[in-house]
Design a protein around this ligand. Structure first.
Ligand SMILES: [Fe+2]
Length: 442
């Protein structure tokens, strides 16, 4: 019998510190800043950790801090000619957005969206016939759509949900352009960078027009040979766009690299994380989100939550994790154009998000508690709107497009975006009959 504990042999492992505290005067390009001498939230840095890739980054840190911590395991090499800036963008543009009510923006947004649809259709026809793209028209539509987003982003976001399946490729490109710009505004990027995002989104999938339409529009699962054909579209897009000098290089890169992954398992080149540019990282996330939540020839639209799960699970492998986090924070749990079930069992459509109360958007009820069609009834959930039992309305879950026969692309549903009807939602408008409302504390 043992009376004493045997002495465990101590492992002689060498602990190598990877974080170092440095005075800002000692910072060098390529170092990875992982912690500041003050809380991140007290600064205007966009991300909590970033590599110093440009002299401006060094200056930004030196202006804001006395010392920082750097992580030597995340140092990046800057001697590669192809090195492109990843997700760090220190500094953000602060905007005092002149928000206007949805009812005042929806008509202009609709006209801008319809005009944009015609432009992207023409772009795809031109690519198909080997003609140059009318870049000027693309720039004009991007500017017009950005102006609408800055006035009231819900109007444009709503329209991105209205995709007819037979025009999927063109309208998907347009949706990605609008969503990427809205996200760019949320990130505090400059107008110039946001417009580049808009062009990149618009043109990211133009290579698909060179893929056999029987494969592109095939309902059901693709064979491995057919999938190999689909995988050619980024290279086709690159070939088309790189030949046109007036297309921003970032948009050409996005068309080429939007199916690349941070873990190098993407296509067509298998780039590594340091070779995937910032604009492309955004387009990759928005592209996946819009595709998953839209009806496609080979798959039904999935609920927003499924898209969020895909993005989160792909964080740091397929997608830029920090950008995924921000993207979900921006769109919120129940984005504009989402079908939701209320606690009463009624089914409603989210019309406009609340700036601060993300779980309490403005909605319109379209199905009663038994899921039968009912007269459209508007509710502003940021107000304390109560049901017949005096219980405050709340959203219980999100639903996929098509739930209970409600398809966003149906003209009947699109008619809801009528300025006069929407005006009833705005604060100065008359209260909904039968509803008592009080402003909820923020
Ligand atoms: Fe694509």
């Amino acid at each position: 019998m043992k009376l004493f504990k045997s002495r465990r042999k101590r492992q002689h492992t060498l602990q190598v510190p990877t974080r170092r505290r440095l005075h800002v005067s000692h910072l060098e390009l390529g170092m990875y800043v992982c912690e500041l001498d003050r809380p991140w939230r007290q600064t205007d840095f966009l991300f909590q950790g970033f590599p110093l890739l440009k002299v401006e980054h060094l200056q930004a840190v030196r202006q804001r801090c006395d010392y920082v911590f750097v992580d030597d395991t995340r140092r990046v090499s800057l001697d590669q000619g192809t090195f492109i800036m990843p997700s760090a963008t220190p500094g953000r543009v602060k905007r005092d957005l002149p928000r206007i009510p949805l009812s005042l923006e929806v008509e202009e947004a609709r006209q801008a969206y319809q005009a944009s649809g015609l432009v992207i259709d023409q772009v795809l026809i031109d690519v198909q016939h080997g003609r140059p793209i009318d870049t000027r028209s693309c720039q004009v539509l991007v500017k017009r759509n950005l102006e609408s987003l800055l006035r009231n982003e819900s109007a444009m976001l709503w329209l991105t949900r209205l995709k007819a399946q037979d025009r999927y490729t063109g309208l998907h490109c347009l949706s990605v352009s609008i969503l990427a710009m809205g996200f760019g505004v949320h990130l505090g990027l400059s107008n110039e960078k946001i417009e580049t995002l808009g062009i990149a989104g618009l043109l990211h999938d133009v290579g698909k027009i060179k893929v056999d339409p029987r494969i592109l529009n095939k309902p059901g699962k693709l064979t491995s040979e057919e999938f190999e054909q689909i995988k050619l579209h980024p290279a086709f897009g690159f070939q088309v766009l790189q030949g046109q000098a007036d297309i921003p290089p970032a948009a050409v890169q996005a068309a080429h690299a939007h199916h690349e992954r941070l873990d190098s398992r993407g296509y067509p080149l298998g780039l590594d994380r340091h070779q995937i540019p910032f604009i492309t990282r955004i387009i990759t996330i928005v592209d996946a989100f819009d595709a998953i939540t839209s009806h496609r020839p080979y798959d039904d639209a999935r609920p927003i939550q499924v898209a969020y799960d895909v993005l989160r699970s792909g964080g740091d492998k397929q997608f830029d994790e920090a950008l995924v986090h921000e993207f979900i924070r921006w769109l919120g749990v129940f984005p504009v154009g989402t079908l939701v079930e209320l606690h009463t069992g009624e089914v409603a459509l989210v019309l406009e998000k609340h700036e601060k109360l993300h779980l309490r958007p403005k909605v319109v009820v379209l199905r009663d508690a038994e899921k039968r069609p009912c007269e459209a009834r508007y509710l502003d959930l940021a107000q304390l709107t109560v049901d017949a039992q005096g219980v405050a309305y709340r959203i219980s879950s999100g639903l996929p497009d098509g739930a209970y026969g409600l398809y966003l692309a149906d003209p009947e549903l699109q008619a809801i975006l009528h300025p006069e009807l929407l005006a009833t939602l705005e604060p100065e408008s008359a209260l909904n009959p039968g509803a008592r409302r009080t402003q909820l504390p923020l």
